[in-house]
Design a protein around this ligand. Structure first.
Ligand code: ZN
Ligand code: ZN
Length: 346
């Protein structure tokens, strides 16, 4: 896109969703998370870390961006995708980070698909990948639905999206508000864009965009100009996919409206240092509480073991998750992690 059309887009694209715009025109109330200069977090307890606190930490992290990935021992299982081609009613496969393949009632759903070896604004500088994807992109079964939680590079990866769209011309991409343009610029038109609590039906499944407490941005000039979210998919069974989020009151609301969930996919990594991360990334203990708030039955911890993003050791999140689940007196299998490439039924 040239500079003029980019500028025009920045100026002309309405911040409000069509539904919210209509509401505004009718004299209705603007949704609380639609701020004057971008989207905002609405939980009363939300307090973002200040620039003065954040800047030194970011400066310290810059060396990671240019370096090779450190070694990390993340358990994995060989998966060539052949078993996934025989659709079974309910399977879940962890590919890495927040990329999960879910088969559900004859449909194949992929969440935040990222296969790149570095995630960041440039191919040569970004958070390095420490573990190979558990399933090669060319070994995926045909994909029907792709869910995108927000536009951060470790969730919205250009190379992966373009390859997926090429291989799956009929796949529908579900995105939060103001992420559609990014797809359209790449010629991808099968995109459904929703605000929180909005959704649509797709081949028998109901898909709803639900809140999260986070932020967005891919460059210095677009902070919070697109929305962040989680997703609920309901058919005969119910699935919750959590994008990045701090722990907050949204989860109890989602649980009330759409729970109980048969399977919850909840982030358990990128939580240290707590002082800076807690508003926007939950820790494993909060992930267990989120699962309980959602009224989940089985939880798989995601968003760990893949990219170097924050200060906790790469292998730590599953240990902390097991401790937190035990402290809550939950059954052993209720809150777990999977091996890369592992498939389970749910
Ligand atoms: Zn994020
Ligand atoms: Zn993330």
């Amino acid at each position: 896109m040239d500079r003029r059309s980019l500028l025009r887009k920045l100026v002309m694209t309405p911040l409000l969703s069509p539904a919210a715009l209509m509401l505004a025109q009718e004299g209705g109330v603007r949704p609380a998370h639609h701020g004057e200069n971008g989207f905002i977090n609405t939980d009363p307890g939300f307090a973002e870390a200040g620039f003065d606190e954040m800047a030194p930490w970011i400066a310290g992290k810059l060396t990671d961006v240019f370096s090779k990935a450190p070694k990390a021992d993340i358990p994995r299982e060989v998966n060539d995708g052949s078993a996934l081609r025989e659709q079974r009613p309910y399977t879940v496969t962890w590919i890495g980070h927040s990329t999960v393949l879910v088969q559900m009632e004859g449909r194949t759903i992929l969440t935040d698909p990222v296969w790149s070896t570095k995630v960041g604004p440039f191919k040569w500088a970004g958070s390095p990948r420490v573990s190979e994807p558990g399933l090669a992109i060319e070994n995926l079964p045909p994909v029907d639905i792709v869910l995108i939680s927000h536009n951060h590079y470790d969730h919205l990866d250009e190379a992966s999206i373009e390859e997926l769209a090429d291989r799956n011309p009929n796949a529908a991409f579900f995105v939060p508000l103001r992420v559609r343009d990014w797809f359209e610029d790449k010629g991808i038109r099968n995109v459904e864009e929703y605000d929180w609590w909005e959704g649509g039906s797709h081949k028998g499944l109901k898909i709803v965009c639900t809140p999260a407490q986070h932020f967005s941005g891919r460059w210095i000039n677009d902070r919070n100009q697109s929305l962040w979210c989680s997703w609920v998919v309901t058919g005969k069974k119910r699935l919750y996919f959590g994008g990045d989020s701090g722990y907050c009151s949204h989860f109890a609301n989602i649980g009330k409206r759409f729970g109980p969930f048969d399977l919850t996919l909840i982030p358990i990594g990128a939580y240290e240092p707590r002082k800076l991360m807690s508003p926007v990334h939950m820790n494993p203990a909060e992930a267990v509480q989120t699962h309980l708030d959602l009224r989940g039955r089985t939880m798989v911890g995601i968003h760990w073991g893949t990219f170097v993003l924050t200060d906790e050791p790469m292998e730590e999140p599953p240990k902390k998750l097991a401790e937190a689940a035990e402290a809550k007196g939950l059954n052993k299998g209720e809150c777990t992690v999977m091996k890369l490439g592992e498939t389970r039924e749910w």
